[in-house]
Ligand binder design. Structure first.
Ligand code: HEC
Ligand code: CU
Length: 312
């Protein structure tokens, strides 16, 4: 088994998926065995010229028997559906204490960045036993973040943020692949997820060149691109304060209410005419074509940090 070590389950989600996979395998094998067994038995028992009685059902096939096994089958399928969808639903939303890591995909590499600013290329170090949430976006075409041992796969799209979360259960090195054909070197777009014991991870992280963390980079962009000219408290322009915006429900001019998440902030910057905040004029210019996806990620991280009260 050791050569498949990197494929055997390595997250809580993978354990769930494997459990249901095993059950489906056993059920399918049992059903196939039953069907083929009966085919064989009947072929022998009712072969041409055999004396076996024909033309009436055996005693035990009563009305109750038929209702019973139809209900049992129905129950089994409803149970399987419920189980599979509950795993699917829980895989959609990360626990609140998850560790956020940013992923930027481009032809043909994975760039990752930790909360403290440490950056990696085609590698991602994470601690074991901690929920990890990836905030992912692409700089060019559609890619897909696929870690077989984690049983997770999520498309990474240009112009949008997609999320993925997992909780590693054991240390090791696991292959990361791009699972969406993305051009000439698609097959080389590979990486490694390195799952380490928490102390080793902390040590690794503190040994990395600090770099500029996303929020600080975003704070500089916020000034350099003139956002602060309108959004700063001291500005004469009537524009909403972004303090505490992240995660809040925003009332829009057309009466809708939306939660200010990554996607909303991205849209606000790239397509400001789409969702106008209630009580404001649609004067914010679009920054589409002026800011790349990495810069949008940084600005979003900055706006998010305003919630935590780290700046201003
Ligand atoms: C010309 C002034 C102006 C500039 C420059 C500007 N904004 Fe805005 N912004 C506004 C106004 C006015 C609104 C509210 C109306 C709307 O939703 O479009 C707004 C809305 C927003 C919102 C949604 C806020 C909410 O409460 O829903 C975000 C996020 C935002 N801006 C971020 C930015 C960022 C980031 C930049 C720089 C890249 C920027 N803005 C540059 C004027 C500006
Ligand atoms: Cu790719």
């Amino acid at each position: 088994m050791s050569s498949f070590q990197h494929l055997s389950s390595a997250t809580t989600h993978a354990e769930d998926v494997d459990r249901i996979f095993d059950l489906l395998l056993v059920l399918s094998a049992a059903t196939s065995a039953l069907v083929f067994g009966l085919i064989l038995t009947f072929a022998v028992r009712y072969r041409r010229g055999s004396a076996a009685p024909r033309g009436r059902l055996p005693e035990f096939v009563s009305r109750e028997f038929e209702i019973g096994w139809t209900a049992a089958t129905l129950f089994t399928f409803v149970f399987l559906f419920w189980w599979a969808s509950s795993i699917d639903v829980s895989s959609q939303s990360a626990p609140a204490n998850a560790l956020d890591i940013h992923v930027l995909a481009k032809q043909w590499m994975w760039k990752t960045q930790h909360a403290n600013g440490a950056r990696e290329i085609n590698e991602l170090h994470v601690p074991v036993g901690r929920a990890i949430r990836l905030q992912m976006t692409s700089q060019d075409v559609i890619h897909s973040f696929f870690v077989p041992a984690f049983r997770v796969k999520q498309d990474v799209l240009p112009g949008r943020t997609t999320e993925l979360w997992f909780k590693p259960t054991r240390a090791g090195v696991f292959p990361l692949l791009c699972a969406e054909y993305c051009g000439t070197d698609h097959s080389l777009m590979r990486g490694r997820i390195i799952v380490m014991p928490p102390e080793a991870y902390a040590q690794w992280l503190s040994a990395q060149p600090q770099g500029d963390d996303l929020a600080h980079h975003g704070a500089r962009l916020f000034v350099a691109n003139g956002c602060s000219g309108c959004h700063a408290a001291s500005s004469n322009v009537h524009a909403p304060s972004l303090q505490g915006l992240y995660g809040r429900t925003v009332a829009l001019a057309d009466g809708r209410h939306v939660v200010a998440d990554d996607a909303y902030i991205r849209d606000s910057i790239l397509q400001p005419k789409r969702d106008i905040a209630a009580g404001y004029e649609p004067i914010m210019p679009s920054f589409a074509g002026l800011l790349d996806d990495g810069e949008i990620q940084s600005l979003t991280a900055y706006i998010r940090s305003l919630t935590a009260g780290e700046h201003q």
